[in-house]
Ligand binder design. Structure first.
Ligand code: ADP
Ligand code: MG
Length: 445
């Protein structure tokens, strides 16, 4: 359950270029269903989704996610919520471009108690559903935009999260992959909440259970959607069942004229000449003459235009079980290292140089600190207590320290101990001597 109260977001607040991207937004989302957020470019859709997903801060109001209330930017809290609940389908979000498709998708399963075999099975399943299994071993950067988009969809879906946030998930995809992706999202929305940001009305109209319209950062409409049939957009074929029909039947020729009800042509004037077994056509009308065939990309088919309906969505099979999260599981060191390296690789030359300088400084600082601490901390086991080198001088009752509590060791030895005889021992200034408080001890070096 997500509850958004009086959410506001300003970009460049207090500056001349200040812009209100979210204006007092109030919304509630249940635990299941597919909600589409529709709106023109620049209306605030991405800003809203980023705020819900904790990917960006907001200027006012609150967002409550499954009982946890966020009133501002709280990276630790949002990280925890993010890992537990969200799957993101944002363009190239969190994709390591220099790694393989399989590696990227499997990374999302690190938090879960699964065997390697179970992980591979899930990865293969989702890649296959999205039609990119054949690219599993390919490096992401070598793929097309649409293929990369499907990798980020696979990454978000492989762990079967509670809430899926998708920002224009089909923006880079052709019609076939758009339908496949939306069918999957629709299918999983029976069990989890899917919020899809889109500017394509056709998609929202067919797939959404609810459509929220955004304009200038405001919610302008929020309605339950009764899905209408989906007509494919890339289908330029002519389906005769959609047309009115006129027949001119003569001794030598039968002509059928098809036209839309409210699209009646001017009188069509054509000369047909039959000569040596061939048919010659002369067009005397204003209209262009187009021969319909496969090469021209237009076929005339005596059938209904194919479309999707609710039944097709219901019959679509998709089956990826929900997962129990591993307790206290973070990413293994190897993955963190890989990600860090990938991020560094993505930097420019100058930035990379700065990172390397910073790393070297950090390593030097660590070494110096470790040495300092090591020198300061005396291992009690190393204090000589029993052999012939043992020397204990109790200065409790002397007035040596009255002069200076923190006297330099060498100065102290020179002043009070050096070359003096204590029983059989002659005290010599060595590097393993320390003064602590008012007792004098020697450690094995
Ligand atoms: P949408 O996703 O609907 O296209 P956005 O949420 O990306 O819209 O943007 C909403 C408004 O906020 C736009 O006018 C955009 O110019 C502005 N905006 C978005 N991101 C920033 C940013 N980082 N800095 C300044 N203005 C921004
Ligand atoms: Mg956007």
């Amino acid at each position: 359950m997500i509850r958004i109260n009086n959410l506001n977001k300003y970009y460049n607040k207090g500056k001349k270029s200040e812009q209100c991207a979210l204006n007092d937004v109030n919304l509630e989302f249940g635990n299941t269903g597919l909600v589409c957020i529709l709106g023109e470019s620049g209306s605030g859709k991405t800003t809203l989704l980023n705020a819900i997903g904790g990917l960006d801060d907001f200027s006012g109001g609150s967002i409550e996610i499954n009982g946890t209330k966020l009133t501002g930017y709280s990276p630790k809290l949002t990280d925890a919520i993010r890992n537990e609940h969200f799957g993101y389908i944002f363009q190239n979000y969190y994709i390591l471009k220099d790694y393989t498709v399989g590696y990227n998708v499997k990374l999302a399963l690190n938090r879960y108690d699964l065997t390697e075999e179970e992980k591979n099975e899930r990865v293969d399943y989702i890649l296959d559903m999205l039609g990119i299994l054949k690219y599993k071993k390919k490096v992401v950067s070598k793929l097309s935009g649409g293929q990369q988009q499907r990798v980020s969809i696979a990454r978000a879906l492989v762990k079967a999260p509670n809430i899926i946030l998708a920002d224009e998930p089909t923006g880079n995809l052709d019609e076939e992959n758009t339908l496949k992706t939306m069918m999957i999202l629709k299918n999983i929305s029976k069990e989890c909440l899917v919020i899809v940001v889109t500017h394509e009305k056709r998609i929202a109209k067919f797939f959404a259970d609810r459509i929220i319209q955004v304009s200038d950062g405001k919610i302008v409409s929020d309605k339950v959607n009764n899905a209408t049939a989906y007509e494919r957009s890339d289908d330029s074929n002519i389906y005769l069942k959609e047309y009115e029909q006129e027949i001119i039947d003569d001794k030598y020729a039968e002509f059928k004229l098809y036209h839309k009800k409210d699209d009646i042509p001017e009188k069509i004037r054509l000369n047909f000449v039959f000569k040596d077994g061939k048919l010659y056509i002369q067009n005397l009308s204003e209209n262009d003459l187009v021969i319909a065939n496969v090469e021209n990309g237009v076929q005339i088919l005596d059938e209904e235009r194919p479309s999707l309906d609710a039944q097709d969505v219901d019959n679509f099979e998709y089956n990826l079980s929900r997962l129990d999260e591993k307790k206290n599981a973070g990413l293994p060191f190897r993955e963190i290292w890989h990600m860090a390296m990938a991020n560094i690789a993505a930097l420019g030359k100058k930035q990379r140089f700065m990172v390397i300088i910073l790393l070297v400084s950090a390593i030097l600082l660590s070494i110096t600190t470790a040495k300092y601490v090591n020198d300061k901390v005396i291992d009690e086991a190393a204090i000589v207590t029993s052999d012939s080198h043992c020397l204990k001088v109790n200065l409790e009752n002397t007035d040596i320290f009255n002069e200076d509590e923190h006297m330099d060791m060498h100065e102290f030895i020179n002043k009070y101990l050096n070359n003096k005889k204590y029983g059989d021992i002659i005290c010599q200034n060595t590097s393993g001597m320390y003064i602590e408080g008012r007792t004098f001890t020697q450690i094995k070096s």
